[in-house]
Design a protein around this ligand. Structure first.
Ligand code: ADP
Ligand code: MG
Length: 779
């Protein structure tokens, strides 16, 4: 077999990262990669060992391993020409692996790699997590014993005191105004460094004991410095095992010294002057070695250095989105006529009439589709507001012009459900719908062929839709349902498949515009702000875990009235534990609480055929109780199920719970949602109280945002927000907005960044955010 190039291997890793199931290569991905790395030589043994045991790693471990290998491969120069690293001369360059820095050996490199630091550039951009204020240097006499304080003096005495655990070194330091004792627990070796007569500066938390100040938690520096050299603000970095702050700082300082001057100044000088921000190099240095900024500014990420670097990152990102949008706007696509007999017929066939909000949003979409330009629209609407129908109507407009539609949903169960719900009514209109599943399911090849031959009009599926193999004959529209579970990146991939399809994103999570911009790119937004008439609000009750008896008696009563119920268990990301949990609850229900009813279990790990069967039986009414993980959270629609129990509700986010209960109360009966929660903390009580008090998704989202913080709320930490070095779209909103305004300004005067002062900007965008520009070249 010919040896694969590094590029091919990187592609394969990219593939595997999507599913982490060892299937991206025939014969096993891990075997393939291990073999390749071995042939290449010169890679850490650790990787090979982990690859050997790939099947036993958790998903998270697999992901981490792949990230590590991927970035190391990207950072390393062309592989294996038999040149050993030793024989290469050190050339200062940002792209060099860290091992070329003075003082970085293989052991240290490994530790740095664990922090995702592979190149000198990574090191320069590895910024402190926070800062410590050591205060000014004080006379010992005026120590106060509050917070971190710093003194400077001379070692005057070593005392060895016997203790139960052996001799304990105490070093006495005097500055003429008083004495302090340094208590050196497990640091007996300090006697060598703090010899009598040595000048030393000590920062620590001091307390007054036995007639003198002493400290056991302290840092020190020896040697008498000019006061001007005293570093009052000390950066605090994220660390990894075996890497001391001192060591890390030394390496960073060495990178600053040798390579900082190579960092390109990307922002046009005029812009920098107008905003009065420092140069990039000054800013990088300042964050590692703060001198000008105040402690408060640094803590709040509001120092001029922060502003400069964060703004630059946001600006690059905003520019890439705007360039992409510009590019899209210049593209012509065949317009879909405003009149659509197919959509009309479908609407007439519905057993209800559309709400005013649905009509309005449908019209907004129809206008986009008729404009001859590419549509990029986000539809927001609370659970149950009827977004799916809006999506289907839009799909029909596109199908009518002879093009295909990809309908992407986050779970297989939801895909099946949409499929079984719409296949027949659409077939009656002559529209062919296909269901594409992951893995090697039966009939998949035929379906893929049919898609390629345009024998299918609408394809519903999960991320299976973005696998390379799916080739649409003529993809006209991509619908992404319950969007916040997909990253920008995934959407981009799917859209590579056709010339330029329209995009429609549907989400139940209210998103501030700036964040929408960040997460999804530059989108137009429509809001379905009304629910179908006649809906009775769901009643929500909260019980503590000890009140299970009460809770399930209630459920029993409701079931006896002929209702159906969901019992939802918290999901622990596709783990075995999750299944055990569901199984346990199932057994308890069967034995104890609900023994007279028909109960079934459903979770993400079941083969899709089984899931299909269970959902089918449940929606037909052959099953009374469905015990499920939160796979049912998104979009499932069984109107007859009107009761829901959520086990360990405290483990869910509020928005998620709101989505969950959106599954019930869709029919004519009032829904009843019972939250079973460990009501331990004040916070949990508060959260549950919000849910029992209001049914307003926007309010709930706001509260959730306030109580849990945005990253977790939107679930984006795990879901591909573009990786910024320093900028954080959630913490730094105002700057994100400013960056969008600046980007607007730049693009207005130079749409494709062709002016010389924008050349570096453009290069950097291509380097860092190039994947957002997938519609051809910039300019
Ligand atoms: P979501 O916005 O949460 O995706 P769905 O599209 O799943 O909501 O719709 C929820 C339920 O409301 C479905 O059973 C759907 O058939 C029904 N529905 C949608 N629009 C209307 C309407 N205008 N009148 C009555 N019921 C509707
Ligand atoms: Mg939905």
């Amino acid at each position: 077999m010919a040896r694969c190039s590094k590029e091919v291997v990187l592609k394969v890793i990219e593939q595997e990262k999507k599913k982490l199931d060892n299937t991206s290569v025939f014969g096993g991905f891990s075997r393939f990669l291990k073999g390749w790395l071995q042939k290449e030589g010169n890679h850490p043994q650790e990787w090979l060992e982990q690859l050997e045991n790939y099947e036993d790693l958790s998903r998270e471990e697999r992901r981490r391993l792949l990230l590590t290998i991927e970035s190391a491969l990207r950072a390393s120069p062309a592989p294996g020409k038999g040149v050993s690293p030793k024989s290469r001369k050190f050339v200062p360059s940002l792209a060099q692996p860290v091992r070329y820095l003075k003082g970085v050996g293989p052991a240290l490199e490994k530790k740095l790699n664990r922090l995702e630091i592979f190149t000198v550039e990574d090191l320069l951009f590895f910024f402190p997590r926070t800062y410590r204020d050591r205060g000014t240097i004080k006379p010992i006499r005026s120590l106060q014993g509050v917070g971190i304080e710093t003194i400077e003096g001379q070692v005057v005495q070593h005392k060895i005191e016997p203790t139960r655990r052996g001799p304990l070194l105490k070093v006495v330091v005097s500055d003429g105004t008083g004495e302090i004792r340094l208590v050196c627990f497990n640091r007996g070796y300090l006697a060598q460094f703090l010899k009598k007569g040595t000048w030393v500066r000590v920062s620590g938390s001091f307390r007054y004991a036995f007639g003198a100040w002493e400290t056991a938690a302290f840092e020190y520096e020896v040697g008498k410095l000019k006061t001007a050299d005293f570093e009052r603000l000390v950066p605090v970095y994220p660390l990894t095992e075996g890497l001391t702050p001192k060591k890390l700082r030394t390496v960073i300082l060495s990178a600053l010294e040798t390579c900082l001057h190579e960092v390109p100044e990307i922002l046009p000088p005029a812009l920098r002057e107008r905003l009065q921000i420092p140069t990039k190099r000054e800013a990088i240095r300042e964050l590692h070695l703060p001198s000008a900024a105040s402690f408060e500014e640094l803590q709040a990420r509001r120092s001029p250095a922060h502003l400069a670097l964060i703004l630059e990152e946001f600006l690059l990102f905003a520019l890439s989105l705007k360039i992409r949008r510009r590019t899209l706007e210049t593209l012509q696509v065949p317009p879909c006529p405003l009149e659509s007999p197919l959509a009309e017929r479908f609407i007439r066939s519905l057993p209800f009439s559309l709400t005013e909000a649905q009509k309005r949003v449908c019209l907004e979409i129809a206008r986009d589709l008729a404009s001859g330009r590419v549509m990029n629209r986000l539809v927001q609407g609370d659970v149950g507001s009827g977004k799916t129908i809006v999506a289907v109507i839009s799909a029909l407009r596109v199908v009518e012009t002879g093009r295909q539609v990809a309908f992407m949903v986050p779970t297989e169960i939801l895909a099946e459900q949409h499929y079984s719900r719409f296949r027949e009514p659409l077939a009656a209109l002559g529209v062919r719908v296909g269901l594409l599943k992951g893995g090697n399911t039966k009939g998949k090849r035929q379906l893929l062929e049919a898609i390629q031959k345009k024998e299918v009009d609408i394809v519903i599926g999960t991320h299976a839709l973005i696998e390379e193999k799916v080739a649409f004959a003529d993809l006209g529209l991509v619908i992404v349902d319950e969007q916040h579970r997909f990253g920008v990146l995934q959407r981009a991939k799917l859209r590579e498949k056709a010339t330029v399809p329209h995009t429609l994103v549907m989400t139940a999570t209210p998103i501030p515009r700036t964040l929408a911009l960040t997460l999804y790119g530059d989108l137009d937004v429509s809001v379905v702000d009304e629910k179908p008439a006649g809906r009775k609000p769901t009643r929500t009750l909260c019980f503590s875990l000890e009140e299970r008896f009460k809770a399930y008696s209630r459920v029993r009563k409701l079931l006896r009235e002929g209702r159906q119920a969901y019992v939802v268990c918290p999901a622990i990301e596709e783990s075995e534990e999750e299944i055990a949990n569901v199984q346990e609850v199932f057994e308890e229900l069967q034995k104890k609480w609900l023994s007279e009813f028909r109960i079934e279990v459903i979770h993400g790990k079941l083969p899709s055929r089984e899931k299909e069967g269970i959902m089918h039986r449940f929606s037909r009414g052959d099953v009374d109780v469905l015990v499920a993980t939160s796979v049912i959270e998104v979009g499932i629609d069984v109107p007859r199920a009107s009761v829901m129990v959520v086990e360990n509700a405290e483990r869910f986010g509020l928005a998620q719970l709101h989505q969950l209960r959106g599954r019930i109360g869709r029919g004519s009966e009032e829904g009843v949602c019972i939250l079973l929660a460990a009501l331990s903390g004040e916070n949990v009580r508060k959260r549950m109280a919000i849910l029992t008090a209001t049914d307003d998704g926007f309010r709930i989202a706001e509260e959730d945002l306030r109580l849990r913080g945005p990253g977790e709320f939107y679930g984006v930490r795990q879901h591909g927000v573009p990786e910024f070095h320093l900028a954080d779209p959630f913490a730094d909103w105002p700057l994100l907005e400013q960056a969008h305004r600046e980007a607007e300004r730049i693009i207005a005067e130079d749409p494709f960044l062709e002016k010389p002062e924008h050349r570096l900007l453009r290069q950097e965008i291509e380097r860092r955010f190039g994947r957002y520009l997938e519609f051809g070249e910039v300019g």
